[in-house]
Write a protein of this length. Structure first.
Length: 161
């Protein structure tokens, strides 16, 4: 006589179905985490660029306009050695995998430094930047349309669409 034995355990198909379901859940979670990480980087980049706007308005003087901010920046692409505030902001933006520019369209010997434009590339979309300017504008713009480096261009985020 044969006794009925009760099987203990799972079949190979059952185990593979569970593994596939877990793998799908993990992949969805990883994608969500990566998107959240990029949005966090964007938030940090935007915050740092906004710090330039706060710094600029703090340093603004009706007589010299934004000259002190321009002196802190140094040359067009470099930060003056003795000004760590802008250097720290630039470094934090670089740590997020982006670039930062602080531009004065009036750079030169007869500069009035009445306008500035500061911008950094966003992490979520390499074709977009976040910009602030001396007119109080804040906007996300398409990188290809930004010409903040061009000396003939006013430093106005409104022109960037």
């Amino acid at each position: 006589m044969m006794k009925n034995r009760k099987k203990n355990g799972y079949t190979l198909v059952e185990v593979m179905v569970v593994v596939v379901i877990i793998a799908l859940l993990v992949s969805v979670i990883v994608v969500s985490i990566n998107r959240a990480r990029l949005r966090t980087r964007d938030t940090i980049i935007i915050s740092q660029v906004e710090q330039i706007q706060v710094l600029a308005e703090t340093l603004y003087n009706p007589d010299t306009k934004y000259k002190e901010l321009a002196d802190m920046r140094g040359s067009v692409y470099e930060i003056a050695d003795d000004h760590s505030t802008i250097r720290d902001i630039r470094q934090k933006i670089r740590d997020m995998g982006s670039f930062f520019r602080l531009f004065f369209p009036e750079d030169g010997e007869d500069a009035g430094f009445g306008e500035y434009c500061a911008y950094a590339r966003l992490a979520t979309d390499e074709n977009k930047v976040f910009c602030v300017d001396s007119l109080g504008n804040e906007r996300k713009a398409v990188l290809d349309n930004i010409n903040c480096q061009a000396m003939a261009r006013p430093a106005n985020c409104e022109d960037m669409q």
